[in-house]
Design a binder for this molecule. Sequence first.
Ligand code: ASP
Length: 591
Amino acid sequence: MHYRTHNCGELRMQHVGQEIKLSGWVQISRDFGGMTFIDLRDRYGITQLVFNMEDDAALCERARKLGREFVISATGLVRERSNKNPNRPTGGIEIQVTALDVLNTSKVPPFTIEDDTDGGDDLRMKYRYLDIRRNPVKQSLIFRSNVAIETRKYLAGEGFIEVETPCLIKSTPEGARDFVVPSRMNPGQFYALPQSPQTFKQILMVAGMDKYFQLVKCFRDEDLRADRQPEFTQIDCEMAFVSRDDVLRTFEGLTKYLFKTILGLEFSDFPRMRYDEAMCRFGSDKPDTRFGMEFVELNDVAKGKGFGIFDNAELIVGICAAGQAEVYSNNDLKTLAEWLQRPQIGAKGLVHVKVNEDGSFKSSVSKFYSDEDLKAWAEKFNAKPGDLLLILSGEAEKTRKQLNELRLEMGRRMGLMKPGDFKPLWVVEFPLLEWDEDAKRFFAMHHPFTSPLPQDAEKMMSGDHETLKNLRANAYDLVINGVEIGGGSIRIHERALQEKNFNLLGFTPEEAERQFGFLLGAFEYGAPPHGGIAFGFDRLCAVMSGQTSIRDFIAFPKNNMGRDMMIDAPSEISDEQLKELYLAVTADRKV
Ligand code: ASP
């Protein structure tokens, strides 16, 4: 059987008069008595089929019986439509059908196969094969494929080679829990699935591969959010004999190339911002720089006037919401304060100042501050009449994080996050170590293989606690529109420094040897200086498409409970399998 001469998206006026054959799915059928119209759909588009009672009554009868999502083949003549559809690329023509084959029937789908569907998330995932027939999901997968192909082209052009690293490994810490796989042949022992190929790519540098990349699945067992999946894909890269700027140049190049080839957008060089600067100006290490509303600190002008809350605060800091004074009633401001006080954000209170048109002020703290005082605040903010100042106070780090949430919320409400506007930047010089007061130990801010800035290496070997807290990492993140697209670092490549780092992170020498002896060993055989980066590939695709969720860019995503709703995984395994794997069989199992 010969199924088609063309696809459902390619016929145009120039084909009028040709006999063709199409195969696809019935999107919709409309019956007008004498005539039946069917929209036939495949991956490439939709073409209108026409059946005419007068031409062939039997054929028309058969067409009327076709249900949604039936799979059919239709042979016919391409003809010009009298009633053209300008919204569809094939809208100038239709097919006058002369022969019809029903290749398969279909049950009525549980949700509509339209751009806007009535299906809930779990239902859509359960019937993902139907969901993927919908344009938005299909287009997202095609988009992803294009980004992948262009990524490979660019990196190959830059001399990178693609190397596959194993999935059955042992723990590579990236700050999440491991998924583990029991080993039948090694009773009681487990593999871990890679949180990233970090150690392998470093080993490839020791092995002299010079420039490595891989579009690679990574696995992290953490609580899920809209932009997280337990398995996701990275564009993972490593380069030897490089310093930070070489890595940034190469991957800024990749980012620019992708935006240019896929979206037709050009960028000038990406700004770079130090971590501490990002925290002070935006309260975030991934600032959304599509809009300003930068933080303004008020300690010098707001303390010492008898307002206890401010007097006792480590930091008083605010933002200026331009033109919002009139927009927000006292009640609105109360609701906004309540929103900030929810446990997710945890602010204590919100102080506001409205700059009136006549230059006077209306404020929730006017009992403590004269108009003269408030004028000094307004000047710091560069505020104009009609502006609204929103101010938080408390412990510095926490307050900045809370104000970051408020800034983003105001940005959203004020429509400042414009779709199609992309603002990339590099955040650099992250802290190397984070002190956890509860656990009384350091954690690696990036991962344990990240080197300090060259000028901090000495301090790392011999510094006291305070010095260690302030070490800066030779690490960097690419941020676009407030989303962390990826991150990386220049690595440690000397055994002594790596051992020191493990030691600072609380590993005993034996633990370090047991977990990472292979890497420490490799460093003794001529490890070159090296560094790299990984982009979250699903996330990059979502951001480039202006979407917040990565789900539609993954063919078969998991839900918030980490379940694959279609194949119903995870699932229990039989007692036999458990025994084979030397895993305990619990008495009350129902398999
Ligand atoms: N392995 C790191 C990550 O997954 C990226 C890198 O440092 O290259 O975030």
